[in-house]
Design a protein around this ligand. Structure first.
Ligand code: HEM
Length: 143
């Protein structure tokens, strides 16, 4: 199965839906009130542009060192000295994204779900690991 092709086709269909990115954020914020609070003063037009770029970076992470570096930089922004995301928040993030895909991709099925998760695997792992490391370092420093 060509996961990249399946992902690309699905992402194109999702982007044809005028509310795809808004639906993702609605799903994400519905999971926990603190997520919604984090975005209270954020310019969502700019944020959606950043999300589009992040999706491309995550996709490239399995093959490009430069993309991996960018993801590490994003992760540092999300750590305890920045946004304050917890490593497990990234599981909620990807599940909320896949819920939006289910709503917006007219061809959605379990293979499409698997293709997105496979293509995002390396990038998501970096985000989680770096955030985990930042939290561990912070705890160690405090003792
Ligand atoms: C793989 C998952 C994620 C990626 C790739 C990602 C990527 C990004 C990027 C690129 C920005 C813009 C940074 C900037 O303007 O310098 C951003 C902002 C933000 N992210 Fe994430 N993010 C992810 C997951 C999360 C999670 C799980 C949370 C919350 C728990 C979160 C909360 C935020 C917030 C609140 C901002 C806005 C910061 C601000 O402008 O003040 N993100 N994210």
């Amino acid at each position: 199965m060509d996961f990249h092709q399946i992902f690309n086709d699905s992402y194109q269909r999702c982007q044809r839906h005028p509310q795809f990115f808004q639906i993702f954020y609605r799903n994400f914020w519905q999971q926990e009130e603190r997520f919604q609070k984090m975005f209270e003063n954020v310019d969502m037009t700019r944020q959606i542009k950043m999300l589009k770029l992040s999706i491309l970076m995550i996709m490239l992470a399995s093959t490009s060192e430069e993309a991996k570096d960018n993801i590490r930089r994003y992760a540092r922004r999300h750590g305890p000295d920045g946004i304050g995301a917890q490593p497990e928040d990234f599981d909620i993030w990807i599940d909320s994204l896949l819920k939006a895909v289910k709503e917006c991709d007219t061809h959605y099925n379990s293979d499409i779900d698997k293709a997105w998760r496979t293509c995002f695997k390396t990038g998501m792992e970096i985000m989680k690991q770096e955030t985990q490391l930042a939290h561990t370092g912070k705890i160690t420093q405090q003792h």
